[in-house]
Design a protein around this ligand. Structure first.
Ligand SMILES: [Zn+2]
Length: 200
């Protein structure tokens, strides 16, 4: 924040004029310090204006003129006198928009996402295959076991494609299986809340 911004709306011309010892009447009129004024001809409130010499401005202008300071030094002086915090050392340039992702980056992210979800799913399927393995020939097959039998080789194939396929195979996998991957991810959250991350 600049000292100008810090002062804006906080300190009136009247306040700084009074701090300089200027006598201001109840009607807000004062003898103008900028010309030889015998009868009060300066109206002073938020800003000041002299009907005699035309001097005009705000608190910063007043101090600048009255003390012979640059506008910036006047502003700093007001900040100091009135205990206003400002920091000229931290000029923050306007935040720059993030550069748009390139197509390659988007593709890579989708690829990584598919790989993450599918490899988690594969591990889950392999666990189901063991855990729900029917003990006896008469046991009814658990749906998870059926799903494992049905899906494992397919998911392995998809993961192989993602790892070793050429770009067009990988791209068509992402396009064709995007919805399936999303559905799997959603199911993970239902089945294994908090355990759907795969950092491998
Ligand atoms: Zn004047």
């Amino acid at each position: 924040m600049s000292p100008f911004d810090a002062i804006r709306g906080k300190v009136t011309a009247r306040q700084v004029a009074e701090s300089c010892g200027l006598k201001i009447g109840r009607n807000g009129m004062a003898c103008c310090p900028f010309h030889n004024d015998r009868h009060p001809s300066m109206k002073i409130d938020t800003r000041f204006h002299c009907f005699g010499c035309g001097a005009d401005g705000d608190a910063i202008d007043f101090i600048s003129k009255y003390c012979g300071l640059s506008l910036k030094d006047a502003a700093i002086r007001i900040c100091n006198d009135f205990g206003i915090a400002y920091d000229t050392g931290h000029y923050a340039p306007p935040a720059r928009a993030k550069p748009a992702k390139t197509d390659t980056q988007v593709f890579k992210e989708l690829e990584d996402y598919c790989y993450r979800v599918l490899s988690s799913y594969l591990r889950l399927l392999k666990r189901w295959e063991k855990e729900y393995d029917p003990r006896d020939a008469d046991d009814e097959w658990h749906p998870y076991f059926c799903e494992a039998l049905k899906e494992i080789s397919h998911i392995e194939y998809l993961l192989d494609t993602l790892m070793y396929g050429d770009i067009s195979d990988r791209a068509s996998l992402i396009i064709n299986c995007g919805k399936k991957v999303k559905d799997i991810e959603r199911r993970f959250k239902l089945i294994n809340p908090g355990n759907n991350r795969d950092d491998n």
